[in-house]
Design a binder for this molecule. Structure first.
Ligand SMILES: *[C@@H]1O[C@H](CO)[C@@H](O)[C@H](O)[C@H]1NC(C)=O
Ligand SMILES: *[C@@H]1O[C@H](CO)[C@@H](O)[C@H](O)[C@H]1NC(C)=O
Ligand SMILES: *[C@@H]1O[C@H](CO)[C@@H](O)[C@H](O)[C@H]1NC(C)=O
Ligand SMILES: *[C@@H]1O[C@H](CO)[C@@H](O)[C@H](O)[C@H]1NC(C)=O
Ligand SMILES: *[C@@H]1O[C@H](CO)[C@@H](O)[C@H](O)[C@H]1NC(C)=O
Ligand SMILES: *[C@@H]1O[C@H](CO)[C@@H](O)[C@H](O)[C@H]1NC(C)=O
Ligand SMILES: *[C@@H]1O[C@H](CO)[C@@H](O)[C@H](O)[C@H]1NC(C)=O
Ligand SMILES: *[C@@H]1O[C@H](CO)[C@@H](O)[C@H](O)[C@H]1NC(C)=O
Ligand SMILES: *[C@@H]1O[C@H](CO)[C@@H](O)[C@H](O)[C@H]1NC(C)=O
Ligand SMILES: *[C@@H]1O[C@H](CO)[C@@H](O)[C@H](O)[C@H]1NC(C)=O
Ligand SMILES: *[C@@H]1O[C@H](CO)[C@@H](O)[C@H](O)[C@H]1NC(C)=O
Ligand SMILES: *[C@@H]1O[C@H](CO)[C@@H](O)[C@H](O)[C@H]1NC(C)=O
Ligand SMILES: [Cu+2]
Length: 587
C-alpha cells in the first residue's frame, strides 16, 4: 500500500490501494464527435483504510479511496447507477457539471433529491454539454464527502484539440483531508456543542498524506516522469475546510484551465486552489535527467480566526532512469538530492490576490467568453459567520460567551428542509417547505468590513431566490468581519459564472462597476470571496431547476452559509425541466 500508480497514457490508471487498474472506457476507433453513453456502477460500501497508523472504517465508492475516476468526452452521456449498501443516507454530486435540463441528477441532498437510503438505488443520468477539462464528483450529504470523492476527466471532442501543446501524459492529483476520527462524529459534535469542529490530522495527495507526517513514511504519492516531456496535471481540491497552496520544487506550472474552462495560459511556481475548484496545469520536465528528486507540497492558505490543520502533505516528482544508464542502482537512487519548494506563508493574501487576478478566460473565437453584458437582476449578499443563542438546557462552546456558531447569507442561516426543494417546486408543493423571500440585499446595512455590530445573532429559514428563465444575473458577495473576516470559496450548482470584479473593504456600487472586466473574466463554478472583501459575478440563468449555492468550506455549509436559486421554466419545450425519473428517491 502507499506507493502510487505510474502514470500512463489515456485510458488512464486508477489507484486502488496502490494497485493500478486500467480502465478501458474510450473507443479510440470512434471517429465522429457524436457522444456515446458511458455506464458506471457506484456501490457505496464500507472499507477499512489505514493512514497515519490509524485504521478506520470509511464510506467509499466500491471500496476505493479516493474513488474511481469517471472518464468521458464532451458530448457524452453518463449513466451512473449508485447502490447504497451502508447505513448512512447518501447522494452524489457531479461538481461543476452544468446539468442542462437534468437538475434531478445534480445531487445535493434535500435540494434536488431526497437521499438514497440504505438498500436503495438511484441512476444519475446526464450529458456533458460544452464542457471539457477536469471536474470531480463527491458525496453531498452531511460530511461524507471527506472520503467519498473522485475525479471526472472530460476529454475534448476529437475534432477540437487542446488549445495548448498535446501533453505526453495526464495525471490527476486530488487534494484531500484525512481525519483519524469519524467525520460524521466530528460534525455532529460541533453542531451539538456550537463550537468549531476538530481539525484534520493530515492533508493528502491522491489519498496519501506523505512522509512529513508521523507513521506515513511510505504512504506518499509518487509522480514518475521522463525528461523533456509535457505533463498535464489535473488538480482537484477535495479538502473539507481548507484552501491550499501547491508547488513542486524546481518546476514551473503553466495554468491552462480552471473548473473545466480554458484560461489564458500563465506561468507560476505555486497554485492556489480552494475546495471545490479544479485547475489543469502543464508541467514541462527538465530537458535532461536531473539526478535529483523533487518534493511536491501542499499546505493551507488560512484567513479565519479558528484553529486549523497547519500541516503539509508531500509527494515526490521522480525522474525515471534513462534506459541506457546501468550505472544507477536502487541504492544510488536513494542518495539522490531532494529539493523542497518554498510555499507562500499560510496567510499570504497578497499572493492569492495576485494569482486570482491572473486568471482570465481564453476568450478566443473558438472558446469565447460569453459574459452577460447587461444585467436583469442584481443581488448583494453579505456572507459570513454569526451566532445562535445557546439552548437554555445546555452550555455551548461557540465563539462568544455561551453561543453557537452559525453562518448566513444576508443574515439568513439556511435551514435544510426535510423534503427536496426541487420536488416541492416541480409538484407545486412549496408550502411549508420553502419561501421565496431571501432578501436581495441586506435589510440593515452596516459597515460590513468595519467594527462588527454588537448583536451577531442571525435569523434562519429555508429561503430561495426565484429567477425568470434566461435572466442575466449580477451578484456581489460581500464578506463580513463578524467573528473575523475570512475567505469563503463559494460554489454555484448548475452554472458557470464570470468573475467580473473583486476588491477589499466594502463594495461601492457607485465606483466599483466601472472597473469590471466584461471582456475576458475567468469563468468558473467556485470562487474564493476575498477575506474582508467582495466579489462580483455574472451568470445567465438558462437552466431551469433549483440550484444550490454555498460556501465549499464544509463547516460553513453546515452552519448555514448556503441558499438556493429557483430558475423558472422558459416558454419553449426545450426550456423546461423534464419530470423526475421514476427512481428518484423519496424522503
Ligand atoms: C474492518 O475491520 C473490522 C475489525 O477488524 C472488521 O470487523 C470488519 O469486518 C472490517 N470491515 C471491512 C469492510 O473489511
Ligand atoms: C437517460 O436519459 C435519457 C434521456 O432522457 C433516456 O433516453 C435514457 O433512457 C435514460 N437512461 C437511463 C438508464 O435511465
Ligand atoms: C475532538 O477533540 C477533542 C479534544 O481532543 C476530543 O475530546 C473529542 O473526542 C474529539 N471529537 C471527536 C468527534 O473525535
Ligand atoms: C533547485 O533549486 C534550488 C534552489 O533554487 C537550486 O539551488 C538547485 O540547484 C536546483 N536543483 C535542480 C536540480 O534544479
Ligand atoms: C502548527 O500549529 C501548532 C499548534 O498551534 C504549532 O505548535 C506548530 O508550530 C505549527 N506548525 C507550523 C508548521 O506552523
Ligand atoms: C547524483 O547525485 C548524487 C548525490 O548528489 C551523487 O553522489 C552522484 O555522483 C550523482 N550522479 C551523477 C551521475 O551525477
Ligand atoms: C501572517 O502571519 C505572520 C506570522 O504568524 C504574522 O506575523 C503576519 O502579521 C501575518 N500577516 C497577515 C497579513 O495577517
Ligand atoms: C459568561 O462566561 C462567564 C465566565 O466564563 C460565566 O460565568 C457566565 O455565566 C457566562 N454568561 C452567560 C450569560 O452565559
Ligand atoms: C468602515 O470600517 C473601516 C474599518 O474600520 C473604516 O476604515 C471605514 O471608514 C468605515 N466605513 C464607513 C463608511 O464608516
Ligand atoms: C456596542 O457595545 C459597546 C460596548 O458595550 C457600546 O459602547 C456600543 O454603544 C454598542 N453599540 C451599539 C450600536 O449598540
Ligand atoms: C431558527 O431560529 C429559531 C429562533 O431563533 C430557533 O428557535 C431555531 O432553533 C432555529 N433553527 C435552526 C435550525 O437553527
Ligand atoms: C435518511 O433520510 C430519510 C429521508 O429523508 C430520513 O427520514 C432519515 O432520518 C435519514 N436518516 C438519517 C440517519 O439521517
Ligand atoms: Cu465559508
Amino acid at each position: 500500500m502507499g506507493s502510487s500508480c505510474l502514470i500512463s497514457a489515456l485510458p488512464m490508471t486508477a489507484t486502488i490501494f496502490g494497485l493500478c487498474i486500467f480502465l478501458l472506457f474510450s473507443n479510440p476507433t470512434l471517429a465522429t464527435d457524436a457522444g456515446i453513453t458511458r455506464h458506471y456502477k457506484f456501490d457505496i460500501v464500507m472499507q477499512n483504510v489505514t493512514r497515519l497508523c490509524h485504521t478506520k472504517s470509511i464510506v467509499t465508492v466500491s471500496g476505493q479511496f479516493p474513488g474511481p475516476r469517471v472518464v468521458a468526452r464532451e458530448g457524452d452521456r453518463l449513466v451512473i447507477k449508485v447502490v447504497n449498501h451502508v447505513q448512512n443516507n447518501i447522494t452524489i454530486h457531479w461538481h461543476g457539471i452544468r446539468q442542462l435540463q437534468s437538475g434531478w441528477a445534480d445531487g445535493p441532498a434535500y435540494v434536488t433529491q431526497c437521499p438514497i437510503q440504505t438498500g436503495q438505488t438511484y441512476v444519475y443520468n446526464f450529458t456533458i454539454t460544452g464542457q471539457r477539462g477536469t471536474l470531480w464528483w463527491h458525496a453531498h450529504s452531511s460530511w461524507l464527502r471527506s472520503t467519498v470523492y473522485g475525479s471526472i476527466i472530460i476529454l475534448p471532442k476529437r475534432s477540437v484539440p487542446y488549445p495548448f501543446v498535446k501533453p505526453y501524459k495526464e495525471v490527476p492529483i486530488i487534494f484531500g483531508e484525512w481525519y483519524n476520527a469519524d467525520t460524521e462524529a466530528i460534525i455532529n459534535q460541533a453542531l451539538q456543542t456550537g463550537g468549531g469542529p476538530n481539525v484534520s490530522d493530515a492533508y493528502t495527495l491522491n489519498g496519501l498524506p506523505g512522509p512529513l507526517y508521523n507513521c506515513s513514511a511510505k504512504d506518499f504519492f509518487k509522480l514518475k516522469v521522463k525528461p523533456g516531456k509535457t505533463y498535464l496535471l489535473r488538480l482537484i481540491n477535495a479538502a473539507m475546510n481548507d484552501e491550499l497552496f501547491f508547488s513542486i520544487a524546481n518546476h514551473t506550472f503553466t495554468v491552462v484551465e480552471a473548473d473545466a474552462v480554458y484560461v489564458k495560459p500563465f506561468q507560476t511556481d505555486t497554485i492556489v486552489i480552494t475546495p471545490g475548484q479544479t485547475t489543469n496545469v502543464l508541467l514541462k520536465t527538465k530537458p535532461k535527467y536531473p539526478n535529483a528528486t523533487f518534493f511536491m507540497l501542499a499546505r493551507p492558505y488560512v484567513t479565519g480566526l479558528g484553529t486549523f490543520d497547519n500541516s503539509t502533505t508531500a509527494g515526490t516528482l521522480e525522474y525515471e532512469l534513462p534506459l541506457q544508464s546501468s550505472t544507477f542502482t536502487t541504492n544510488s537512487m536513494k542518495k539522490l538530492q531532494l529539493f523542497k519548494p518554498k510555499l507562500p506563508t499560510l496567510n499570504d493574501t497578497s499572493f492569492v490576490t495576485n494569482y486570482s487576478k491572473r486568471l482570465r478566460s481564453l476568450a478566443t473565437t473558438q472558446f469565447p467568453a460569453q459574459v452577460p453584458q447587461k444585467v436583469d437582476k442584481q443581488f448583494f449578499f453579505t456572507i459570513g459567520l454569526g451566532t445562535n443563542p445557546c439552548p437554555k438546557s445546555q452550555t455551548c462552546q461557540g465563539p462568544t460567551n455561551n453561543t453557537m456558531f452559525s453562518a448566513s447569507v444576508n443574515n439568513v442561516s439556511f435551514v435544510m428542509p426535510t423534503t427536496a426543494l426541487l420536488q416541492s417546486h416541480f409538484f407545486g408543493q412549496s408550502s411549508g417547505v420553502y419561501t421565496s423571500d431571501l432578501p436581495t440585499k441586506p435589510l440593515i446595512p452596516f459597515n460590513y468590513t468595519g467594527t462588527p455590530p454588537n448583536n451577531t445573532n442571525v435569523s434562519n429559514g429555508t429561503k430561495v431566490v426565484v429567477l425568470p428563465f434566461n435572466s442575466n444575473v449580477e451578484l456581489v458577495m460581500q464578506d463580513t468581519s463578524i467573528l473575523g473576516a475570512e475567505s469563503h470559496p463559494f460554489h454555484l450548482h448548475g452554472f458557470n459564472f464570470f468573475v467580473v470584479g473583486q476588491g477589499f473593504g466594502n463594495y461601492n456600487p457607485n465606483k466599483d462597476p466601472a472597473s469590471f472586466n466584461l471582456v475576458d473574466p475567468v469563468e468558473r463554478n467556485t470562487v474564493g470571496v476575498p477575506s474582508g472583501g467582495w466579489i462580483a459575478i455574472r451568470f445567465l440563468a438558462d437552466n431551469p431547476g433549483v440550484w444550490f449555492m454555498h460556501c465549499h468550506l464544509e463547516i460553513h455549509t453546515s452552519w448555514g452559509l448556503k441558499m438556493a436559486w429557483l430558475v423558472l421554466d422558459g416558454k419553449l419545450p426545450n426550456q423546461k425541466l423534464p419530470p423526475p425519473p421514476s427512481d428518484l428517491p423519496k424522503c
